[in-house]
Ligand binder design. Structure first.
Ligand code: 10G
Ligand code: SF4
Length: 317
């Protein structure tokens, strides 16, 4: 029996994007083909459960290529790597499997091309994030990080004769990025836009889907890890769009009972690095508390997939 008035709205799309699906499968297929251990530089994706599960199967996560034994297999994470990391892997004779998302590689290629053509690049993104480190590393001498609206004022001066373009991290808040770009254009009216959106389809779709349900929600639960940029953005977007409260949790058991006090309608979504099993655990947890009236609200249907790295293609099931 449904508890009167208690409703759960499931945002769709949510969870794994094509780049994460490919990256996780790259590690799984590498383990199957080469056997454990397979080294992975950084977390393959920013999700605790995914990392723990792959570790249990023989993946060894390291911070840098210098921690990988000479000649071993190493997977580069979905967030991409700088040329310096690639070079260090070559120096150590590592056998690399590149799980960088093709949509991150697209931004790297833009950075390389604009740098070659004499541009200064304003890279909108979060300081210290692996993707930003990888993209900046393509053209470090001409790339300037813009972290938030506050980052605009601290940029150096660029005269109108200096070619200038902005690029971005793929997982930013669409609305916040537009605000930052508007501020950048106030300061540098000749600033050029990227040739196509750098914020990827998956980020945009997950934000649009949560925006769609947030105004009706007393609470929006986002499943995702604390270091997952795109998952954290979903909490912010939900609050901006009118959710009364929103929290990020890795697991159902982290849901504080007090969050449910007076919550008639709860929204649920998950970041691009989150397996659906974790969402279903939250659905079950909430059902035990009376939220058995579940409705999936679909904004867009995604069909995009990416081929595995060449060396693993024949291993795809
Ligand atoms: O949202 P971020 O970039 O922190 O990564 P994630 O691993 O949580 O989600 C998938 C997104 C990427 C691999 C970045 S392109
Ligand atoms: Fe690729 Fe976007 Fe997923 Fe990042 S979030 S892995 S860019 S599809």
């Amino acid at each position: 029996m449904n508890a009167p008035g208690k409703k759960l709205l499931l945002a769709a799309p949510r969870g794994y994007c094509a780049g994460v699906d490919r990256a996780v499968e790259t590690v799984e297929k590498a383990l199957a083909k080469y056997g454990a251990p397979v080294y992975v530089r950084k977390e393959i994706v920013h999700n605790k459960y995914v990392v723990k599960t792959l570790e249990e199967r023989g993946a060894v996560f390291v911070d840098g290529t210098e921690q990988v034994p000479e000649g071993a297999h190493v997977v580069f994470s979905a967030h991409g790597v700088s040329p310096a990391v690639r070079e260090s892997a070559v120096r150590r004779n590592l056998l690399t499997l590149d799980a960088s998302c093709p949509l991150v590689t697209k931004v790297h290629n833009e950075a390389k091309r604009f740098a070659r053509d004499g541009y200064q690049i304003l890279l909108v993104g979060h300081e210290g994030h692996e993707e930003v480190e990888g993209t900046s590393g393509e053209a470090p001498e001409v790339t300037h990080l813009v972290d938030g609206v506050e980052g605009v004022a601290s940029l150096p001066e660029f005269g109108p004769e200096q070619k200038l373009v902005w690029l971005s991290q793929t997982t930013l808040s669409v609305d916040e990025t537009m605000e930052i770009v508007a501020k950048l254009k106030e300061r540098f009216p000749h600033l050029q836009d990227p040739p196509s959106d750098d914020i990827c389809y998956a980020t945009q779709n997950r934000q649009a889907a949560v925006k769609n349900i947030a105004p009706q929600c007393d609470l929006v639960i986002v499943v995702g890890s604390q270091n997952s940029s795109n998952s954290k953005r979903l909490v912010e977007v939900a609050l901006e769009a009118g959710a009364k409260a929103s929290y990020l949790v890795d697991y159902a058991h982290q849901i504080d009972e007090s969050w449910l006090d007076g919550a008639q309608t709860i929204g649920l979504t998950s970041g691009a690095s989150v397996p659906e099993i974790l969402v279903q655990e939250v659905v079950a947890h909430l059902a035990e508390r009376g939220y058995t009236d579940v409705e999936e609200v679909t904004n867009t249907v995604e069909t995009i997939t990416f081929a595995l790295p060449r060396d693993l293609r024949e291993a795809r099931g």
